[in-house]
Design a protein around this ligand. Structure first.
Ligand code: FAD
Ligand code: FES
Length: 285
């Protein structure tokens, strides 16, 4: 259980792993996530279940190395075991036949949007996907998103591939083409989800976003993931992670995401130092 069975590098700092987890593989639905702890001293981090195979009893996780735990996870190899994986957590994506569904994924957000595009297409929707990255080398899952969509538009911020610009430029183009969008699903950095939601609000397009707030327990007990929503507050782990993009208080979410930057920096520095010490010990010994 929890053994890494396959590992691939998708782009600089983005890893794709297949992990043995029969119970989660059997139950998981699009939009859900797990919380893992690499070892008994590790912190708990949430990752979306990108795919699963209930017959083989495996789940697929794709992650970007941004701090201590994701770097540590990226260093594990095939055969290594992750100590704890809890899930599936969160409410599954509401999937039905809406009509035309536009799936927008930015950066690592392409990974969580992929199972939703697959589910929406299987439900009979016309799926138009827009995926974007800073440059061509950082783009992930283009061929899988092509298969999951009726039409795929790629954007890069620097114009090195696809349309030069942001995912919102591509979305505006679709609206200008006169395409009647019944639902937009956007996943990526908070600033991207806010920009998409601001755009779709102008055109009254129903929009769902998946929020990546800081989580601890993932069961609604600690309050760490709370987010301002409409006139109230929601817990992303149990009420989400998907929400109406027009009701999210993005400014508060950004502030809460930045709340632990000094501690995260210190933890990363300690991790690097510990690795260097271990290397030095090995060389000496
Ligand atoms: C429901 C959900 C699904 C997610 N799915 C994916 C995914 O499929 N792939 C992926 O690469 N990332 C995903 N994330 C984000 C991922 O959890 C964070 O990148 C990870 O926790 C960072 O941990 P770290 O120790 O490597 O970095 P840290 O140094 O701890 O943090 C770097 C940044 O990551 C964010 N972060 C830190 N801790 C958490 C936490 N416990 N929960 C959420 N965000 C945190 C903060 O904004 C922080 O500034 C998801 C987040 C949520 C809430
Ligand atoms: S992670 Fe603790 S309440 Fe959501």
């Amino acid at each position: 259980m929890n053994e890494i069975l396959e590992k691939r590098i998708l782009s600089d700092g983005v890893k794709d792993i297949i992990v043995s987890s029969p119970h989660i593989a059997r139950k998981r639905k699009a939009g859900q996530f797990i919380i893992l702890r690499i070892d008994e001293c590790g912190e708990r981090i949430p990752l979306t279940i990108v795919d699963s195979d209930p017959v083989k009893g495996v789940i697929r996780l794709i992650f970007q190395e941004v701090g201590k735990t994701t770097y540590h996870l990226g260093e594990l190899e095939v055969g290594d075991v992750i100590q704890d994986i809890v899930g599936p957590l969160g409410r599954p994506t509401h999937i039905e036949k809406f009509g035309i569904v536009v799936c927008v994924g930015g950066g690592i957000g392409v990974a969580p949007v992929y199972p939703i595009a697959v589910g929406m297409k299987a439900a009979g929707n016309e799926v138009i996907s827009i995926i974007g990255s800073r440059n061509k080398d950082l783009l992930i899952m283009e061929s899988e998103m092509t298969d999951a969509s009726d039409r795929l538009v790629v954007t890069t911020d620097d114009g090195s591939y696809g349309l030069h610009g942001f995912v919102t430029n591509a979305l505006q183009n679709l609206i200008d083409e006169g395409i009647k969008i019944d639902l937009c699903v956007a996943i990526g950095p908070v600033v991207m989800m806010r920009a998409v939601s601001n755009l779709t609000k102008k055109y009254n397009i129903k929009t769902v976003v998946s929020l990546n707030s800081v989580m601890v327990d993932g069961t609604g007990m600690c309050g760490g993931c709370r987010v301002g929503y409409g006139d109230g507050t929601k817990f992303v782990c149990v009420d989400g992670p998907e929400f109406d993009g027009h009701l999210v208080n993005y400014d508060e979410l950004i502030l809460r995401q930045q709340a632990y930057i000094p501690q995260e920096k210190e933890s990363m520095e300690r991790y690097h130092k510990c690795r260097l010490d271990k290397l030095a010990e090995k060389e000496e010994g």
